[in-house]
Design a protein around this ligand. Structure first.
Ligand code: ADP
Length: 396
């Protein structure tokens, strides 16, 4: 048994799982929230059931300590299960980290030094790493980067057409994110097709609150919709995705908005939230049912953008074996799946309405038998992927 403690540290939260890397079984799942606020909250689920509590959690160190207390009090016992590694999700690996990496002081500092590229994500990732290294000084800590799977992007896909000196000096290029999920899901897709990853071309749409789509050729990411930051690409829960960059100058000049105002607008007040006032697809459908025209348009914009990317990635790949939906929206929203792929019959992409209907908790083919392109839903499992990669690095 190879248990791995998987940590995903955000600015005010720590998500964690204790995952067995061979079977994928999670013996504990939990969430620390509202770190830094007056009252933090903890949720922990283990073999003994579910526990919830509130207590002040001033920082990530206190958060990790609180998690340790829960393991001690509620179980499972870490002394008995003896994790072999701690796997840390890290959002931005820059040009340097193209593979999972064993963390030492120098690596920790290098991840921190990438913070200008991911100011919202890398600092809390590092805070989590620091706290966990102090709490588990004898375990190998492995950083798994969201960007790493996209390190295979060819230069023509990752290069923005701006002044090359400026781009080089400031690391301005497409990095791509959600790589752990795209890697896991594209490999599962190959397995479901009964083929090796090297032998298939797959388009993966990871549609969560954040959303990105990736073209995977022979197991390698060759194009992806998120860019320098997770703002580019698809319409998301609260992010705009693609816009004309001149919108920013226009808002600065005409609306008198500051850089920070516009950052907040595009990252937190746009996407479905900006268009319809809600960022969750369930609420969006309820609003559409109630006759809300803004909500109806928001769904159309969302699906239109998705269809645009599927077509573009088809053109880049030349041949497509599968289109795969994953994450909260991709796994649960049959309307989005059907609408986004409507009108693509000439590309061999067809969704069978009956197979598509409903939420999918397991891997499901939703195209008709004999379809040229297999359309599937594959529930993502980033924690398992992180656990497996952590074990591979820890065992060196
Ligand atoms: P995150 O990006 O936060 O990891 P998830 O992958 O968990 O997000 O996806 C969360 C999103 O999934 C929600 O915001 C919601 O839009 C969507 N979602 C969850 N359940 C359903 C459902 N039953 N039907 C439609 N959409 C759903």
């Amino acid at each position: 048994m190879k248990h791995v403690l998987v940590l995903n540290s955000g600015s005010s939260s720590i998500k964690y799982q204790l995952v067995e890397a061979t079977t994928g079984e999670a013996s504990a799942v939990g969430l620390v929230e509202r770190i830094g606020e007056a009252e933090g909250s903890l949720r922990h689920e283990g073999p003994g059931g579910r526990t919830e509590r509130t207590q002040p959690i001033p920082d990530h160190t206190a958060g990790v300590q609180a998690v340790l207390d829960l393991f001690r009090e509620v179980g499972p016992s870490l002394d008995e299960l003896r994790p072999v590694a701690v796997g840390h999700r890290v959002v931005q690996g820059g040009d340097r980290f193209t593979a999972p990496t064993l963390v030492d002081d120098e690596v920790e500092a290098a991840i921190d030094a990438l913070s200008p590229l991911a100011p919202l994500h890398n600092p809390p990732n590092v805070a989590g790493i620091r706290a966990a290294r102090a709490a588990f000084p004898d375990l190998p800590h492995v950083a798994i980067f969201d960007t790493a799977f996209h390190s295979t992007l060819p230069p023509e896909a990752y290069t923005y057409a701006i002044d090359r000196e400026v781009a080089r000096e400031h690391g301005v290029r497409r990095y791509g994110f959600h790589g752990t999920s795209h890697a896991y899901v594209s490999r599962r897709a190959a397995a479901l097709l009964g083929k090796e990853p090297e032998d298939v071309n797959v388009i993966v749409a990871h549609l969560g609150n954040g959303a990105s789509i990736t073209a995977v050729a022979g197991g390698r990411s060759v194009e992806t919709s998120m860019g320098l930051t997770p703002l580019e690409g698809l319409v998301m829960g609260t992010r705009s995705g693609d816009i004309d960059p001149a919108v920013i100058f226009h808002l600065q000049r005409v609306a008198g908005m500051s850089t920070d105002d516009i950052d907040t607008l595009l990252n937190r007040r746009s996407g479905l939230l900006g268009l319809a006032g809600v960022n969750d697809l369930r609420d969006l459908h309820a609003a559409i049912e109630a006759g809300d025209d803004d909500a109806a348009l928001a769904l159309e914009v969302y699906c239109h953008r998705l269809r645009h990317y599927v077509g573009a990635y088809y053109a880049q790949l030349g041949r497509v074996d599968a289109v795969v939906f994953t994450a909260g929206v991709g796994e649960n929203d049959d309307v989005v799946r059907l609408e986004a792929l409507s009108g693509l019959e000439r590309l061999g992409i067809v969704v069978d309405p009956e197979r598509n209907a409903g939420r999918k908790k397991t891997e499901t083919v939703i195209s008709p038998d004999g379809a040229e392109v297999t359309v599937m839903v594959i529930p993502t499992n980033e924690e398992l992927e992180i656990a497996r990669q952590a074990v591979a690095v820890a065992e060196g």
